[in-house]
Write a protein that binds this ligand. Structure first.
Ligand SMILES: CCCCCCCCCCCCC[C@H](O)CC(=O)SCCNC(=O)CCNC(=O)[C@H](O)C(C)(C)COP(=O)(O)OP(=O)(O)OC[C@H]1O[C@@H](n2cnc3c(N)ncnc32)[C@H](O)[C@@H]1OP(=O)(O)O
Ligand SMILES: NC(=O)c1ccc[n+]([C@@H]2O[C@H](COP(=O)([O-])OP(=O)(O)OC[C@H]3O[C@@H](n4cnc5c(N)ncnc54)[C@H](O)[C@@H]3O)[C@@H](O)[C@H]2O)c1
Length: 727
């Protein structure tokens, strides 16, 4: 757990050992306390070094212990940092790998910090719904000042060693032998006064505008983490460091921690943390998993189509140092596409340099542009990202079959077309996988990996490994129309449009859902994605009739309600941000700042009058239910159909792909927070009043679970044996 040995009789080295990341469990904290006590009492020891086993200092408090009420971790870790700091022997932290959360707090208790060049430090507690509650909010501002501490504590950002050195978090960065260097430093400082190294005793250096700085930070986090309480509590704790002596500040830190802990947010965010890791450990009903099926190595890749998605996918691959061949259909498009890729590559290189990667120019894999399919002969994987059109995609896959080596995996970035139909025209249906990236593909973390009927477990394993290599979260889903993310999203967007048809203001709908915590409201999201893309998707998937788009009074397709509004706006060349007008207007085509558009409001009131829609103004609470409960309901239907392995998969898709607020855990976790019987009752009521909206018809899985009360999400599967993955 925490071992203690003498080096050259004068330096004691204490090694934290709790695989895989040396998280501070109660047992490890106790062992550390014991080892420290021994080292402090041992008169032969003149200095102490604390390091972590297997090249990792410490990833912080053991998150798995957070929900065990009997554990009393906090005071121990806090007391430990005070014990380290106040003892008379110098203590040096040797930081390799990570010093995060409680791990960094432990290091801040030490008198000196030496870090390996590849180490990262940070206080990510805010991302877990809490705050650094073992003195981090009080010691860090005393070390690096208010502004930098606020940024780190409210964003949870991981800082690379060189940046940490510049900020003053660490004293030295070394390329190798971190522990040896820490021992050398410890020996050197034996006997020197420690006063200036005891952070709790230092004054906080405050700029004159400190209150303005805190207020600005508050405005920023309220916007960035709408509805979440932990970022605000973090700022309050830092404010305490400004105004109160250390011990009083610590009291405030503890109070705020207790306050947050009494809300649902820590549990929701910690659930989201483990859900991300859970979904990465895919298992197929056949039993195939990482453990049984090795991924094939991907040394080279090709991307077909360099539009919005293709260019981002090229960047993702290049960032992972995978050489890419980028192919377009003609010279003009190749020229446009290559310019887009090169400009993105330049931007990424700059970003990496700013992060301290001086070698950034060499750290992106090479990209080659071509019109010649023959060049794809030897690549290990092809990712197709051409228009969403089945005929075109089949033509391309047929062609690829004849060109690519037999071991090459052929992937499609389709947003929801049938993978099996695409596979059917190839010579290797088992090697066809859906790799559904999210826009912008080089930034968004989510990758839906779509399992077709013929897809082999090796292909799945390889695609899931590729997701990891690209720094993305791969979520395995089944081959249903629109897959999982968009299948739920399309219903949500429709619900929002129906509300507008019924006389509600789109700005109010957006605002309400943003206040709930979504990254953006449905109308802003539609404008960003492109109304033409969405309308095309509606038509392609049989959700609307293209020929009726400009007509009136036909609002049903196969007895299901649909809206023609998207089609009508497209006919008026209102495609969203790209054309400078959609649901909102923008300062120019490609502009980002959405402004309310009087033209649209006039148009909508005419449209409303002509079409005789019922008027139904609804409250904010009902907007949330009306729009979000269809996501939850369809989520249960996805589980019923076996198109996702569990509710965690749906939550991860929404948290990482659609800007769902993590402090509510994800849509399925949120359903359990609201209470399944409540969600069911509301859906029943809405469906009774709107039988032409099938998205509102409660799923039987939801009904069965609600009949059992409100069982915790973790128990859903065990309670309902009938539901199983068909992946
Ligand atoms: C008077 C009475 C008053 C009482 C007051 C009580 C006060 C209580 C005070 C509480 C004290 C608070 C202390 C502290 O401030 C709180 C914290 O430290 S919270 C933890 C902060 N740390 C993090 O958020 C780090 C999260 N981890 C990561 O970012 C990454 O895991 C990593 C470390 C960068 C490693 O990344 P990868 O290499 O990609 O690997 P994985 O992510 O897959 O992780 C591997 C494996 O490790 C598990 N794991 C990671 N971190 C933790 C952790 N902190 N605790 C437990 N487990 C962790 C992860 O789940 C993986 O395991 P698997 O899920 O695969 O089994
Ligand atoms: N845009 C999104 O937000 C998004 C998100 C996820 C998935 N998708 C899917 O990704 C795919 C691409 O979407 P997009 O938005 O990037 O489209 P896009 O229109 O921006 O780009 C498509 C590109 O494909 C090229 N192309 C067409 N035919 C080709 C051919 N025969 N050979 C080579 N290149 C050809 C076009 O020239 C164009 O540059 C679609 O299947 C879409 O559904 C899009």
């Amino acid at each position: 757990m925490a071992t203690f040995r003498h080096i050259c009789d004068s330096v004691a080295v204490i090694t934290l050992s709790n695989p895989p990341v040396n998280a501070l469990s109660s047992a490890l904290i106790q062992a550390l306390q014991k080892a420290l006590g021994e080292a402090i009492r041992d008169s032969a020891v003149e200095a102490i070094v604390i390091c972590g086993d297997k090249g990792k200092f410490c990833a912080g408090a053991d998150i798995r212990e957070f929900n065990k009420p009997s554990q009393k971790r906090g005071p121990h870790l806090l007391l430990l940092t005070d014990l380290i700091e106040s003892n008379k022997k110098p203590v040096v932290a040797a930081i390799e790998g990570v010093a995060l959360g409680g791990g960094l707090e432990l290091a801040l208790g030490c008198h000196y910090r030496v870090a390996h060049v590849q180490a990262r430090v940070g206080l990510p507690e805010v991302l877990l719904g809490i705050l650094p509650a073992a003195s981090g909010t009080q010691r860090l501002p005393r070390l690096i000042g208010i502004a930098a501490a606020l940024t780190l504590i409210t964003t949870g950002k991981y800082v690379p060693a060189r940046e940490a050195l510049k900020l003053g978090i660490v004293d030295k960065v070394v390329g190798e032998n971190t522990v040896d260097e820490a021992i050398r430093l410890a020996k050197k400082v034996i006997g020197q006064p420690l006063g200036s190294r005891q952070l709790s005793t230092l004054p906080v250096q405050c700029p004159p505008n400190v209150e303005a700085l805190l207020a600005e930070a508050m405005v920023k986090v309220k916007k960035q983490f709408r509805g979440a309480q932990s970022p605000q509590a973090c700022i309050e704790a830092v404010r305490a460091a400004v105004h109160l002596p250390y011990t009083e500040g610590i009291k405030k830190e503890q109070e705020l921690y207790q306050f947050l802990n009494a809300t649902h947010e820590p549990r929701a965010q910690q659930y989201a943390f483990f859900a991300e890791r859970e979904v990465a450990k895919w298992t197929l009903p056949s039993g195939a998993s990482w453990k049984t099926v090795s991924p094939q190595p991907i040394h080279t890749a090709a991307v077909i189509g360099l539009g919005t998605m293709g260019s981002g996918i090229v960047i993702s691959l290049a960032k992972a140092q995978i050489p890419v061949i980028a192919l377009e259909k003609d010279k003009k498009q190749l020229n446009i596409g290559s310019k887009a890729v090169i400009s993105l590559l330049d931007r990424e290189t700059l970003k990496m340099k700013q992060l301290g990667h001086t070698e950034a120019t060499n750290s992106l894999g090479p990209v080659r542009f071509t019109l010649d399919y023959g060049e794809l002969r030897d690549v290990d994987i092809v990712i197709e990202a051409v228009f969403e059109n089945m005929i075109l995609k089949k033509e391309i896959f047929r062609h690829l079959s004849g060109i690519c080596k037999p071991e090459a995996f052929l992937c499609t970035n389709t947003s929801g077309l049938d993978i099996d139909e695409i596979a059917s025209v190839t010579d290797r249906p088992q090697m066809i996988v859906g790799t559904h990236f999210y826009a912008p593909a080089h930034i968004m973390k989510l990758l839906e990996v779509v399992h077709g009927r013929y897809t082999s477990s090796i292909s799945i394993s390889t695609a899931m490994q590729l997701a990891k290599n690209l720094g993305k979260i791969g979520v395995l889903v089944g081959n249903c129309p629109l897959f999982v993310g968009n299948r739920l999203m399309v219903l949500y967007l429709q619900q929002a449009i129906f509300l507008v048809e019924e006389g509600n203001k789109l700005e109010e709908i957006d605002q309400t859902l943003e206040n709930f915590g979504l990254a953006m409201g449905p109308f802003q999201m539609m404008d960003l994605a492109g109304l033409d893309t969405l309308w095309g998707c509606h038509v392609e998937h049989g959700l609307a009739r293209p020929e009726q788009s400009s007509g009136i009074s036909t609002h049903h397709h196969s007895s299901k309600r649909y809206s023609q509004l998207l089609g009508i706006l497209c006919e008026k060349s209102r495609f969203g941000q790209k054309s400078g007008q959609g649901w909102y207007k923008y300062e120019k085509p490609g502009g980002r700042k959405a402004m309310s558009d009087p033209w649209l409001h006039n148009f909508l009131s005419e449209y409303h009058g002509v079409n005789n829609f019922k008027t139904q103004k609804i409250t904010q609470e009902k907007i949330i239910e009306w729009c979000l409960y269809v996501i939850i309901n369809e989520g249960f239907k996805v589980l019923e159909d076996g198109m996702a392995s569990g509710p965690e998969d749906i939550d991860v898709i929404y948290n990482s792909g659609y800007g769902w607020p993590k402090h509510t855990g994800g849509p399925m976790y949120y359903a359990s927070l609201v209470g399944l019987p409540v969600v069911l009752t509301k859906l029943e009521k809405y469906y009774e009043a709107n039988p032409d909206i099938p998205g509102l018809k409660p799923s039987s899985l939801l009904k069965n679970l609600a009949a059992l009360g409100n069982p915790p999400l973790k128990e859903w599967r065990a309670l309902l044996g009938s539901w199983s993955s068909k992946l």
